[in-house]
Design a protein around this ligand. Structure first.
Ligand SMILES: [Cu+2]
Length: 461
């Protein structure tokens, strides 16, 4: 795509994407660098050149425009430090591509000859591995093994044919634990040559990623192996994750790739889906079975498909419950049923930071932070946040909604707001004459021992 065509796209909803100033002399032969500063979901990028395909929508992201050069699709990725918002109220110093983490989605068609320029603006060397692709060994992007690393300030070029249609990822294979912990990754879609192969009405893609950022700081701890405290989709935590908006009766595909260090059982409410694609390609119809949860293991891709025939705001989330929590305190002691009474006043006289919590459950945490009784450290997110039309969702992290609505336009991905439930279809309180609630008394052995813990201690996540 040339610059003129790109601006044509800009008028079609690619707002927020900008061509950055690059020396035209130095880079005369290679595509301009296109970057985005915003982290909201952009409209799909319909191909203006090359073979036709049905584009994907990147959740909280966008697709990278290309330039055709003698029949070769040319892209330009720039590895660079970026400042990203994880959710309103929290920013992070990450590394990514073209202004974003994850980088922009690359979309090509089966059989396309693809040339990708990779410029390194990081303070250390890098490489790009094209996860899942069939390609010549020397294009596989494993620094040291298949190529020399790309030194800071240098540009390398990768070239191969996109042989197999499907869902792929890209990420560094140089200092990869650090570089992925800093957010370097992106999605890659190879569309089938025949646009009528397994057609869907809406096709979404995102990557599962995770960060360990101490409340009050901005840079991920890069040596964390398992105890991450921010579980994100495309580097966003709920309520920073956009809803997946679909029209009633649309056939919907959602492609998920996992570049965290643990598995994620991804769960959809209100519908059954089938896993139609894996890293290995498309699943034949006879080999599919219905699911409402699919586990996406580390380094795997899954494409799920369903017909969105039930209107509503349906929860869509990782089913590991601590992955739908944000940074605050996973290390609190369980206080359910521990009578605290006016103990708090007495203790705060001695230990000003002490805050008892969780006597009736964790919900009171959300209520407390709302009442501003609980000031958060700077630059972090409440453990559970996000409000719906019926109150607090008590969720964070890997959570969003699939919003199924009647009568949306074909290309309308705008948030339609809260679902208006038909009358008589919402769970509600009933008035009944029942005896007073009697709970079993908890079993307590011996004397209670009091351990004072401060909620701002975040070690051991
Ligand atoms: Cu998870």
């Amino acid at each position: 795509m040339d610059r003129r065509n790109f601006f044509k796209y800009a008028g079609l909803g690619m707002a927020g994407v900008a061509v950055s100033a690059v020396s035209k002399v130095a880079l005369a032969a290679i595509p301009e660098i296109i970057t985005s500063e915003v982290a909201n979901t952009q409209d799909p990028l319909y191909p203006g050149t090359g073979r036709p395909y049905q584009p994907v929508v990147t959740l909280n992201g966008w697709s990278l425009p290309w330039k055709m050069n003698n029949g070769v699709k040319e892209f330009h990725l720039v590895a660079e430090p970026v400042v990203r918002e994880i959710a309103p109220g929290m920013k992070a110093n990450l590394w990514g591509y073209n202004g974003q983490s994850p980088g922009p989605t690359i979309e090509v068609v089966e059989g396309d000859r693809v040339r990708i320029f990779v410029t390194n603006r990081l303070p250390e060397k890098t490489s790009v591995h094209w996860h899942g692709q069939r390609l010549p060994n020397g294009m596989d992007g494993v620094s040291g093994l298949t190529q020399p690393a790309i030194e800071p300030g240098k540009t390398f070029v990768y070239e191969f044919q996109a042989k197999r249609p499907g869902t792929f990822m890209y990420h560094p294979h140089a200092d990869e634990m650090l570089q992925m912990a800093m957010g370097m990754m992106g999605s890659w879609i190879t569309h089938p040559k025949n646009p009528k192969f397994m057609p869907v009405d809406r096709d979404f893609v995102f990557l599962l990623n995770a960060y360990d950022i101490e409340p009050g700081s901005f840079t991920p701890k890069v040596n964390t192996m398992l105890d991450f405290n921010l579980w994100t989709w495309n580097s966003r935590a709920f309520p920073g994750i956009d809803p997946i908006v679909v029209r009633k009766d649309d056939r919907v595909r959602i492609r998920v790739g996992n570049l965290t260090m643990t598995n994620h059982p991804i769960h959809l409410h209100g519908h059954e889906f089938e896993v139609t694609g894996t890293d290995g390609g498309w699943v034949p119809k006879t080999a599919r079975w219905p699911e409402v949860t699919t586990d996406v293991a580390v380094g795997q891709m899954r494409a799920i498909e369903f017909v969105a025939n039930e209107p509503g705001d349906w929860a869509f989330h990782c089913h590991k419950s601590h992955h739908t929590m944000n940074a605050m305190g996973h290390s609190f002691p369980t206080m359910i049923g521990v009578k605290q009474g006016d103990l708090m006043k007495k203790i705060t006289n001695l230990v000003p930071d002490y805050m008892p919590m969780g006597e009736t459950g964790m919900s009171e945490m959300t209520d407390m932070s709302e009442m501003m009784d609980m000031p958060l450290p700077k630059n972090t997110l409440p453990m559970m946040m996000g409000n719906g039309q019926f109150g607090s969702l008590e969720m964070g992290g890997m959570f969003t909604t699939v919003k199924v609505r009647d009568g949306l336009a074909k290309n309308d991905y705008k948030n339609p707001g809260d679902y208006k439930n038909p009358s008589g279809t919402v769970a509600h309180a009933v008035e009944m004459d029942l005896t007073k609630v009697e709970r079993q008394k908890p079993h307590v052995e011996g004397e209670l021992e009091l351990n004072v813990r401060k909620p701002i201690n975040h070690s051991g996540h």
